[in-house]
Design a protein around this ligand. Structure first.
Ligand SMILES: *Cc1c(COP(=O)(O)O)cnc(C)c1O
Length: 453
């Protein structure tokens, strides 16, 4: 069940990773996964995007089978290669169903919210945790996983690492900028998973994490890694659900499938583009952004202009400086090719509200505010007469955002059991100033307090 591999770029072997900034040595994939950020501050990327022949996939296999075939070329020659089937089986224990949408013909929803924390981040977080659990570490001290979250990543990472030996997790989230249920989820793990509510924005959380990871003296005292979408161990597995859906469609219809991806930090959409780049039957990719217009302006022809994030109803997408943009530039070294590769548009809060309200009232359909941005993009396409088959990517369950959704649709959203269990547990987060010094002190202090120093 191995895909046909061919080298499309570069002379390093498939299975090696380099930094987007080009100033770090090439490393095996498992080392890139263990390290998170490259030493030169760039993001790890595979030296080569392998190509696969869709015909080599077992089209009746499970999502875990698709993941294993798809990811095998990346792990070729790596210490984790033999463990890949077990890693996929452990990470992909729930599906990503494609469901028809009643509002329009030839319109589907790819539901990515059937994992333990009801958001797509579960796929990547669980895969990363399964990889790290199998990697030997020279250092006997626990590894601290730092994760900056705009809401959903932190919970997914917390759930994936909760109770795993040798790992501590510190979740940094922007205080007051996540939904009440997200905040509860982030603080409810306890044990080896701690939450920090940062007095700042998501971009501040991300900055603190990057600074801590690059602080060599802090690293010496507290061995750290990251679990943000900057980790290849999260990004690569996210290709699997696009591949699985597209292959299923291709088998039934013989054509490519088009996706509308709610986008913030570009991790989910990057995975879709890489899957397309590998030769999977994926057609047009559209990014649905909220009022944070950095990407929409860029793809409309402006210069790339990162900026502070604005607060919106789709808070997990409140990103003004998408960190995976570096990977996008690496993937398309020719900028004009990049500008042709994608479409992006903004959906402001008024449009999110209108979309939630209208679909709730007319079709009895309930989405989370992030998914609503993609739904709104589809509504616009259909209104313009577009008849292509489109998939709206549903990134979280609506119940996580009940405080936004329920007043608009006028009735309660049923809470999935996993979420109800988490909400029933007590929750705690430590306050943290948005400064590198404050995080450093907290990390050193926590170590001292629990006798690990
Ligand atoms: C993280 C998240 C997004 C944005 O995904 P990126 O990979 O950052 O682009 C969208 N929707 C939800 C629900 C999320 O949790």
């Amino acid at each position: 069940m191995t895909g046909t591999v061919s080298d499309t770029r570069g002379s390093l072997p498939v299975g090696c990773c380099v930094s987007t900034r080009g100033a770090s040595p090439a490393v095996p994939l498992s080392q890139a996964i263990a390290t998170g950020l490259a030493p030169d501050g760039g993001l790890y990327v595979p030296t080569t995007l392998p190509t696969v022949d869709p015909a080599t996939f077992d089209l009746r296999g499970s999502l875990a089978d698709t993941a294993c075939t798809l990811l095998a070329p990346f792990f070729a020659g790596d210490v984790l290669a033999d463990g890949l089937p077990a890693i996929c089986a452990e990470a992909f224990t729930f599906g990503a169903p494609l469901r028809p949408l009643p509002a329009h013909p030839d319109s589907w929803m790819l539901e990515l919210f059937h994992g333990p924390t009801a958001a797509f981040k579960d796929f990547g977080a669980r895969f990363l945790a399964a990889c790290l659990a199998r990697l030997p570490r020279a250092d006997a001290r626990p590894l601290t996983i730092l994760v900056a979250t705009s809401g959903d990543t932190g919970a997914a990472v917390g759930a994936a690492f909760h109770g795993r030996p040798g790992v501590e997790v510190a979740i940094l989230y922007p205080d007051g900028r996540v939904s009440p249920r997200q905040a509860h989820q982030l603080g409810c793990f306890g044990d080896n998973v701690r939450a920090l509510r940062v007095d700042g924005r998501f971009d501040d959380c991300q900055r603190l994490v990057k600074a801590a990871l690059n602080d060599t003296s802090l690293q010496a005292a507290v061995p750290m890694s990251s679990a943000n979408s900057i980790s290849l161990g999260r990004l690569l597995p996210q290709m699997s659900y696009y591949a699985h859906a597209a292959l299923g469609w291709w088998r039934a219809h013989g054509t490519a499938l088009n996706f509308i991806v709610p986008t913030g930090n570009l991790g989910n959409a990057m995975a879709c583009l890489w899957a397309r780049g590998m030769g999977l039957p994926i057609g047009t990719v559209r990014l649905a952004c909220n009022a944070n217009a950095t990407l929409a302006e860029y793809f409309a022809g402006a210069d790339y202009r990162p900026r502070p994030a604005l607060r919106t109803l789709a808070n997990a997408m409140d990103v003004g400086a998408p960190s995976n943009f570096e990977r996008l530039r690496w993937t398309f070294p020719d900028e004009s090719a990049l500008r042709r590769a994608l479409y992006a548009e903004t959906v402001d809060d008024a449009a999110i509200r209108a979309t939630l309200e209208q679909h709730g009232r007319m079709h009895g359909e309930v989405f989370c505010p992030h998914t609503a941005t993609a739904m709104c993009v589809l509504d616009r396409l259909r209104a313009q007469g577009d008849q292509a088959p489109w998939v709206v990517v549903a990134t979280a369950h609506a119940a996580k955002f009940a405080s936004v959704v329920e007043p608009l649709i006028g009735h309660p959203v049923a809470v999935p059991e996993v979420l109800a269990d988490m909400l029933a547990r007590p929750s705690h987060a430590d306050p943290l100033a948005a400064s590198e010094g404050a995080l450093r002190k907290w990390l050193l202090g926590t170590r001292a307090a629990v006798g690990l120093h």
